[in-house]
Design a protein around this ligand. Structure first.
Ligand code: ATR
Length: 271
Protein backbone atom coordinates (compact mmCIF):
# COMPACT_ATOMS: atom_id res chain seq x y z
CA UNK A 1 0.00 0.00 0.00
CA UNK A 2 1.42 3.42 -0.92
CA UNK A 3 2.27 5.49 2.14
CA UNK A 4 1.66 9.21 2.66
CA UNK A 5 2.09 11.48 5.68
CA UNK A 6 1.41 14.99 6.87
CA UNK A 7 4.21 16.67 8.83
CA UNK A 8 3.75 19.49 11.28
CA UNK A 9 4.44 20.60 14.82
CA UNK A 10 1.87 20.51 16.35
CA UNK A 11 0.02 18.04 14.11
CA UNK A 12 -2.58 16.21 16.22
CA UNK A 13 -5.28 18.66 15.10
CA UNK A 14 -4.81 17.87 11.40
CA UNK A 15 -7.88 16.90 9.40
CA UNK A 16 -5.74 15.75 6.46
CA UNK A 17 -5.91 12.00 7.25
CA UNK A 18 -9.72 12.13 7.40
CA UNK A 19 -9.86 14.02 4.10
CA UNK A 20 -7.35 11.87 2.22
CA UNK A 21 -8.90 8.63 3.47
CA UNK A 22 -12.26 9.85 2.18
CA UNK A 23 -10.69 10.71 -1.20
CA UNK A 24 -9.03 7.29 -1.35
CA UNK A 25 -12.31 5.48 -0.66
CA UNK A 26 -14.16 7.56 -3.18
CA UNK A 27 -11.60 7.06 -5.96
CA UNK A 28 -10.70 3.44 -5.08
CA UNK A 29 -7.07 4.26 -4.38
CA UNK A 30 -5.28 1.90 -2.03
CA UNK A 31 -3.24 4.30 0.10
CA UNK A 32 -2.35 4.86 3.72
CA UNK A 33 -2.19 8.43 5.09
CA UNK A 34 -1.01 9.26 8.61
CA UNK A 35 -0.01 12.23 10.72
CA UNK A 36 3.64 12.59 11.68
CA UNK A 37 4.98 14.96 14.30
CA UNK A 38 8.42 16.21 13.29
CA UNK A 39 10.74 17.65 15.92
CA UNK A 40 11.49 21.30 15.26
CA UNK A 41 15.18 20.63 14.60
CA UNK A 42 14.76 17.35 12.73
CA UNK A 43 12.35 17.89 9.85
CA UNK A 44 14.69 17.00 6.99
CA UNK A 45 16.02 13.93 8.80
CA UNK A 46 12.47 12.70 9.50
CA UNK A 47 11.48 13.10 5.83
CA UNK A 48 14.58 11.21 4.66
CA UNK A 49 13.74 8.27 6.94
CA UNK A 50 10.26 8.14 5.37
CA UNK A 51 11.69 8.27 1.83
CA UNK A 52 14.07 5.39 2.66
CA UNK A 53 11.12 3.38 3.97
CA UNK A 54 9.41 3.79 0.59
CA UNK A 55 7.10 6.76 1.32
CA UNK A 56 5.45 8.16 -1.81
CA UNK A 57 4.60 11.67 -0.69
CA UNK A 58 3.83 14.03 2.16
CA UNK A 59 1.93 17.13 3.04
CA UNK A 60 3.73 19.75 5.08
CA UNK A 61 2.19 22.24 7.43
CA UNK A 62 3.49 24.83 9.91
CA UNK A 63 6.27 25.44 10.68
CA UNK A 64 8.05 23.37 8.02
CA UNK A 65 6.84 24.72 4.67
CA UNK A 66 10.05 26.70 3.96
CA UNK A 67 12.31 23.85 5.08
CA UNK A 68 10.35 21.51 2.85
CA UNK A 69 11.00 23.83 -0.08
CA UNK A 70 14.72 23.89 0.67
CA UNK A 71 15.04 20.12 0.41
CA UNK A 72 13.33 19.75 -2.99
CA UNK A 73 15.16 18.81 -6.19
CA UNK A 74 12.44 20.35 -8.34
CA UNK A 75 9.80 22.97 -7.63
CA UNK A 76 6.56 23.87 -9.34
CA UNK A 77 5.97 27.45 -10.48
CA UNK A 78 3.45 27.86 -7.64
CA UNK A 79 6.01 26.76 -5.04
CA UNK A 80 8.71 29.04 -6.44
CA UNK A 81 6.47 32.09 -6.27
CA UNK A 82 5.04 31.31 -2.86
CA UNK A 83 8.39 30.45 -1.28
CA UNK A 84 6.86 27.47 0.46
CA UNK A 85 5.93 23.86 -0.19
CA UNK A 86 2.94 21.98 1.23
CA UNK A 87 3.13 18.90 -1.00
CA UNK A 88 6.18 16.67 -1.45
CA UNK A 89 6.27 13.86 -3.99
CA UNK A 90 9.02 11.23 -3.85
CA UNK A 91 9.64 9.75 -7.27
CA UNK A 92 12.62 8.32 -9.17
CA UNK A 93 14.99 9.21 -6.34
CA UNK A 94 13.96 12.86 -6.43
CA UNK A 95 11.92 15.18 -4.23
CA UNK A 96 9.32 17.31 -6.04
CA UNK A 97 7.75 20.28 -4.26
CA UNK A 98 4.48 22.02 -4.93
CA UNK A 99 2.08 24.23 -3.06
CA UNK A 100 -1.61 23.59 -3.48
CA UNK A 101 -3.13 26.16 -1.10
CA UNK A 102 -3.78 28.73 -3.81
CA UNK A 103 -5.40 26.29 -6.21
CA UNK A 104 -7.46 25.02 -3.28
CA UNK A 105 -8.65 28.55 -2.56
CA UNK A 106 -9.44 29.33 -6.18
CA UNK A 107 -11.33 26.05 -6.69
CA UNK A 108 -13.33 26.67 -3.53
CA UNK A 109 -14.24 30.18 -4.69
CA UNK A 110 -15.22 28.97 -8.16
CA UNK A 111 -17.28 26.11 -6.71
CA UNK A 112 -19.27 28.72 -4.78
CA UNK A 113 -19.90 30.68 -7.96
CA UNK A 114 -17.59 33.55 -7.07
CA UNK A 115 -16.52 35.38 -10.21
CA UNK A 116 -12.80 36.07 -10.21
CA UNK A 117 -12.26 37.14 -13.81
CA UNK A 118 -12.31 40.90 -14.14
CA UNK A 119 -13.02 41.35 -10.42
CA UNK A 120 -11.34 43.63 -7.90
CA UNK A 121 -9.81 41.56 -5.14
CA UNK A 122 -8.38 42.74 -1.82
CA UNK A 123 -6.00 40.31 -0.14
CA UNK A 124 -5.36 41.13 3.52
CA UNK A 125 -1.95 40.10 4.83
CA UNK A 126 1.49 39.50 3.36
CA UNK A 127 2.73 36.46 5.26
CA UNK A 128 3.07 32.87 4.10
CA UNK A 129 -0.68 32.34 3.72
CA UNK A 130 -0.95 35.32 1.41
CA UNK A 131 2.13 34.54 -0.70
CA UNK A 132 0.78 31.06 -1.42
CA UNK A 133 -2.38 32.26 -3.15
CA UNK A 134 -1.27 35.22 -5.28
CA UNK A 135 -0.23 33.37 -8.44
CA UNK A 136 -3.37 31.17 -8.68
CA UNK A 137 -5.52 34.27 -8.11
CA UNK A 138 -3.69 36.14 -10.88
CA UNK A 139 -4.21 33.16 -13.20
CA UNK A 140 -7.95 33.87 -12.90
CA UNK A 141 -7.38 37.25 -14.60
CA UNK A 142 -8.80 39.65 -12.00
CA UNK A 143 -9.07 43.31 -12.96
CA UNK A 144 -6.94 44.17 -9.95
CA UNK A 145 -5.42 42.39 -6.99
CA UNK A 146 -4.54 44.65 -4.07
CA UNK A 147 -2.41 43.30 -1.21
CA UNK A 148 -2.85 45.29 2.01
CA UNK A 149 -0.66 44.66 5.01
CA UNK A 150 0.17 46.26 8.35
CA UNK A 151 3.82 46.23 7.26
CA UNK A 152 3.37 47.66 3.76
CA UNK A 153 6.92 46.82 2.63
CA UNK A 154 6.07 43.09 2.87
CA UNK A 155 3.07 43.58 0.57
CA UNK A 156 5.28 45.56 -1.82
CA UNK A 157 7.85 42.76 -1.89
CA UNK A 158 5.16 40.30 -2.98
CA UNK A 159 3.71 42.62 -5.63
CA UNK A 160 7.18 43.18 -7.10
CA UNK A 161 7.49 39.47 -7.89
CA UNK A 162 4.80 39.77 -10.55
CA UNK A 163 5.82 41.90 -13.51
CA UNK A 164 3.13 43.13 -15.88
CA UNK A 165 0.34 41.85 -13.65
CA UNK A 166 -2.54 43.95 -12.24
CA UNK A 167 -1.24 43.74 -8.68
CA UNK A 168 -0.53 46.52 -6.21
CA UNK A 169 0.49 46.87 -2.55
CA UNK A 170 -1.25 49.26 -0.16
CA UNK A 171 -1.69 50.20 3.47
CA UNK A 172 -4.96 49.22 5.15
CA UNK A 173 -5.74 52.91 5.33
CA UNK A 174 -5.54 53.32 1.54
CA UNK A 175 -7.39 50.08 0.86
CA UNK A 176 -10.20 51.38 3.06
CA UNK A 177 -10.84 54.09 0.46
CA UNK A 178 -11.48 51.62 -2.40
CA UNK A 179 -14.24 49.25 -3.44
CA UNK A 180 -13.80 45.51 -3.94
CA UNK A 181 -15.81 42.56 -5.24
CA UNK A 182 -13.95 40.11 -3.03
CA UNK A 183 -12.00 40.56 0.21
CA UNK A 184 -9.83 37.64 1.36
CA UNK A 185 -8.40 37.57 4.86
CA UNK A 186 -4.98 35.94 4.92
CA UNK A 187 -3.74 37.63 8.10
CA UNK A 188 -3.40 35.76 11.35
CA UNK A 189 -5.18 38.65 13.09
CA UNK A 190 -8.39 36.67 13.56
CA UNK A 191 -6.63 33.82 15.30
CA UNK A 192 -5.72 35.93 18.30
CA UNK A 193 -9.29 37.16 18.60
CA UNK A 194 -8.76 40.66 17.23
CA UNK A 195 -10.22 41.72 13.93
CA UNK A 196 -8.52 42.90 10.77
CA UNK A 197 -8.06 46.67 10.48
CA UNK A 198 -10.41 47.31 7.60
CA UNK A 199 -13.32 49.66 7.61
CA UNK A 200 -16.93 48.47 7.63
CA UNK A 201 -17.53 50.96 4.82
CA UNK A 202 -15.82 48.79 2.23
CA UNK A 203 -18.08 45.81 2.90
CA UNK A 204 -21.31 46.32 0.99
CA UNK A 205 -24.11 44.10 -0.32
CA UNK A 206 -21.89 43.53 -3.39
CA UNK A 207 -18.83 42.35 -1.47
CA UNK A 208 -17.89 38.72 -0.98
CA UNK A 209 -15.83 38.10 2.17
CA UNK A 210 -13.60 35.05 2.51
CA UNK A 211 -11.49 34.06 5.50
CA UNK A 212 -8.76 31.46 4.98
CA UNK A 213 -9.25 30.22 8.52
CA UNK A 214 -12.30 28.47 9.93
CA UNK A 215 -13.70 27.42 13.24
CA UNK A 216 -16.88 26.63 15.10
CA UNK A 217 -17.52 30.34 15.52
CA UNK A 218 -17.29 32.92 12.75
CA UNK A 219 -13.89 34.62 12.64
CA UNK A 220 -13.91 38.32 13.69
CA UNK A 221 -13.59 39.28 10.00
CA UNK A 222 -16.53 37.13 8.92
CA UNK A 223 -18.58 38.32 11.88
CA UNK A 224 -18.02 41.88 10.69
CA UNK A 225 -18.89 40.83 7.13
CA UNK A 226 -22.14 39.25 8.35
CA UNK A 227 -23.06 42.37 10.30
CA UNK A 228 -22.39 44.47 7.18
CA UNK A 229 -24.68 42.13 5.19
CA UNK A 230 -21.98 41.16 2.72
CA UNK A 231 -23.09 39.36 -0.45
CA UNK A 232 -21.44 36.09 0.60
CA UNK A 233 -19.52 35.13 3.73
CA UNK A 234 -17.21 32.12 3.32
CA UNK A 235 -14.73 30.48 5.68
CA UNK A 236 -11.62 28.48 4.81
CA UNK A 237 -12.93 24.94 5.29
CA UNK A 238 -13.43 24.53 1.54
CA UNK A 239 -9.89 25.75 0.92
CA UNK A 240 -8.58 23.10 3.32
CA UNK A 241 -10.41 20.38 1.40
CA UNK A 242 -9.45 21.98 -1.94
CA UNK A 243 -5.72 22.02 -1.20
CA UNK A 244 -5.93 18.38 -0.12
CA UNK A 245 -7.75 17.47 -3.34
CA UNK A 246 -4.99 19.08 -5.38
CA UNK A 247 -2.27 17.20 -3.45
CA UNK A 248 -4.19 13.95 -3.96
CA UNK A 249 -4.37 14.69 -7.67
CA UNK A 250 -0.62 15.36 -7.86
CA UNK A 251 0.12 12.04 -6.19
CA UNK A 252 -2.53 9.78 -7.69
CA UNK A 253 -3.44 11.51 -10.97
CA UNK A 254 -7.13 11.18 -10.02
CA UNK A 255 -9.30 14.14 -9.11
CA UNK A 256 -11.41 13.38 -6.03
CA UNK A 257 -14.82 14.92 -5.45
CA UNK A 258 -14.83 17.32 -2.51
CA UNK A 259 -18.54 17.86 -1.70
CA UNK A 260 -19.19 14.86 0.56
CA UNK A 261 -16.16 15.22 2.79
CA UNK A 262 -16.72 18.97 2.98
CA UNK A 263 -20.29 18.45 4.23
CA UNK A 264 -19.06 15.87 6.73
CA UNK A 265 -16.39 18.22 8.11
CA UNK A 266 -18.91 21.07 8.23
CA UNK A 267 -21.29 18.88 10.20
CA UNK A 268 -18.53 17.88 12.64
CA UNK A 269 -17.55 21.52 13.09
CA UNK A 270 -21.12 22.49 13.91
CA UNK A 271 -21.72 19.76 16.52
P1 ATR B 1 0.98 33.06 7.90
O1 ATR B 1 1.94 32.00 7.49
O2 ATR B 1 -0.25 32.54 8.59
O3 ATR B 1 0.65 34.00 6.80
P2 ATR B 1 2.80 34.99 8.96
O4 ATR B 1 3.74 34.72 7.85
O5 ATR B 1 3.34 35.18 10.35
O6 ATR B 1 1.71 33.86 9.08
O7 ATR B 1 1.91 36.29 8.56
C1 ATR B 1 0.96 36.82 9.40
C2 ATR B 1 0.22 37.93 8.65
O8 ATR B 1 -0.82 38.43 9.49
C3 ATR B 1 1.09 39.12 8.31
O9 ATR B 1 0.60 39.72 7.14
C4 ATR B 1 0.88 40.03 9.52
O10 ATR B 1 1.13 41.40 9.28
P3 ATR B 1 2.66 41.97 9.40
O11 ATR B 1 3.36 41.48 8.17
O12 ATR B 1 2.50 43.45 9.42
O13 ATR B 1 3.21 41.39 10.67
C5 ATR B 1 -0.61 39.82 9.74
N1 ATR B 1 -1.06 40.14 11.10
C6 ATR B 1 -0.87 39.42 12.22
N2 ATR B 1 -1.49 40.01 13.28
C7 ATR B 1 -2.09 41.14 12.80
C8 ATR B 1 -2.90 42.16 13.38
N3 ATR B 1 -3.22 42.15 14.67
N4 ATR B 1 -3.36 43.14 12.56
C9 ATR B 1 -3.05 43.17 11.25
N5 ATR B 1 -2.31 42.22 10.64
C10 ATR B 1 -1.82 41.22 11.40
Amino acid sequence: MDQYLVYGNPIKQSKSPTIHKAFARETNQNIEYKIQLAELDAFEETVKVFIKAGGKGANVTAPFKEEAMAMCDELSEHAKFSGAVNTLTFKNGKIYGDTTDGVGLVNDLLSQDVTLENSRILLLGAGGASKGVVLPLLHQKPKQLIIANRTVSKAEAIAQQYNDQPIQAMSFEDANKEAFDLIINATSAGLSGSGVPISENIITANTICYDMTYGKELTPFLKMATECEAKQVIDGLGMLVGQAAESFYLWRNVRPKTENILSKLREELNT
